[in-house]
Ligand binder design. Structure first.
Ligand code: PHE
Length: 364
């Protein structure tokens, strides 16, 4: 029925529709602004944005009626609608910014760091004194052109004894009883098997010039100077015209770097099946400098290693012709060196993980 009546007065109807729409828009604006004013949470702000400005929101809903407006009214109402939208958007933006500022502020407060607080001290580990000594010895020999080689701790009887000129039933084996895994497999009793392994792997090439650090094992009762497991460093040089004087010079150079420039050495004749001739090497006492004290038992000398010229049979088993080549070898106990250098009186200190003992070495 309405339709018929409007059709009769189209202009009057359109004017009225326009006025109503304007009212609705103003009302919407007031309602929206009032609600938005109250908002305290970003989520609610978002909900209201959708409610008023969204695709299916209140503003769109009102603007659906634009079709029934006259051509002149349309831009007028369009302008009103734009103003309403702008007013609503503006307050939403303002609120949004305020929320963001508040959030940033809150985060800054929460993450505040007092840089004046004293720091937490992180307990720091340190290299074990034995490893320090090994590294130091390695460095000295690396400086003389040596390379570092390693071998297995579970070793074959062949490399540990046989190829070092210690055949089965050789009496010298008694001094190095060990832990046997099988008849032919044992925990190595010294680092000397690495001599043979190195020579064999070099396949006759010269010079052989290596040091070999590592753990060794012996059937020993632990006491202040003995341990069933300890460390050695082996050295071997093979080439043409390698002489006993080369060995002596090398060892002198080593002890002077290790214990100080005044250190002297003396060689005493000794026996090892894998070297000929063989010697024990003493250094002038690190404590008294050779005058005689409790440490050196008043002799002025301390024994530090065994050495000698590589036995021709050992050269041969390593693949080198003893008529053409010669060499020297030496072996020292790392614990012994460390005890002398740092005045440690009991080898067991190195293995007991006693922090009071170990901490003394953190700054060395
Ligand atoms: N291997 C010997 C030992 O453990 C030390 C040594 C090495 C001696 C090399 C001579 C040559 O007692």
């Amino acid at each position: 029925m309405h339709c018929a009546a409007y059709r009769g007065q189209p202009d009057a109807f359109k004017k009225e529709a326009s006025a109503r729409m304007k009212e609705k828009l103003e009302a919407l604006k007031l309602e929206a602004l009032a609600q938005l004013e109250q908002v305290t949470e970003p989520q609610v702000l978002n909900e209201l944005r959708v409610k008023y400005l969204g695709k299916k929101g209140a503003l769109t809903e009102i603007l659906r009626g634009m079709g029934s407006l006259s051509a002149e009214e349309r831009p007028v109402i369009g302008q009103v609608a734009n103003d309403v939208r702008a007013a609503i958007e503006s307050i939403i933006d303002t609120k949004q910014e305020a929320f963001q500022r508040a959030e940033t502020e809150q985060r800054l407060q929460a993450e505040k760091v007092d840089v004046t607080l004293p720091g937490r001290i992180m307990p720091q580990g340190a290299v074990h004194p034995l490893n320090k000594v090994i590294t130091e010895i390695e460095d000295i020999f690396l400086g003389m052109g040596y390379q570092v080689a390693e071998g297995p701790e579970v070793e074959m009887d062949y490399f540990n004894f046989e190829a070092l000129n210690l055949p089965k039933d050789h009496p010298a084996r008694d001094m190095q009883d060990s832990f046997y895994i099988t008849e032919d497999l044992l925990m190595r009793t010294h680092t000397s098997p690495v001599q043979v392994r190195t020579m064999q792997s070099m396949r006759g090439e010269v010079p052989v010039k290596v040091i070999c650090p590592g753990k060794v094992y012996r059937r020993d009762d632990d006491d202040a100077t003995h341990s069933f497991q300890f460390h050695q460093i082996e050295g071997i040089v093979v080439g043409e015209n390698i002489r006993m004087s080369d060995l002596k010079g090398t060892l002198l150079q080593f002890v002077q770097e290790m214990f100080g420039a005044d250190t002297q050495i003396r060689l005493r004749p000794s026996f090892f099946p894998f070297t000929e001739p063989s010697a024990e090497v003493d250094v002038t006492c690190v404590k008294c400098g050779g005058n005689g004290c409790r440490i050196c038992k008043q002799t002025g000398w301390l024994e530090i290693l065994g050495c000698g010229m590589v036995h021709p049979k050992v050269l041969e088993m390593g693949g080198y012709d003893p008529e053409k080549y010669s060499g020297f070898a030496f072996g020292m106990g790392v614990e012994r060196i460390a005890m002398l250098k740092y005045g440690v009186d009991d080898i067991r200190h190195f293995y007991n993980s006693d922090m009071a003992f170990l901490k003394q070495f953190t700054r060395i």
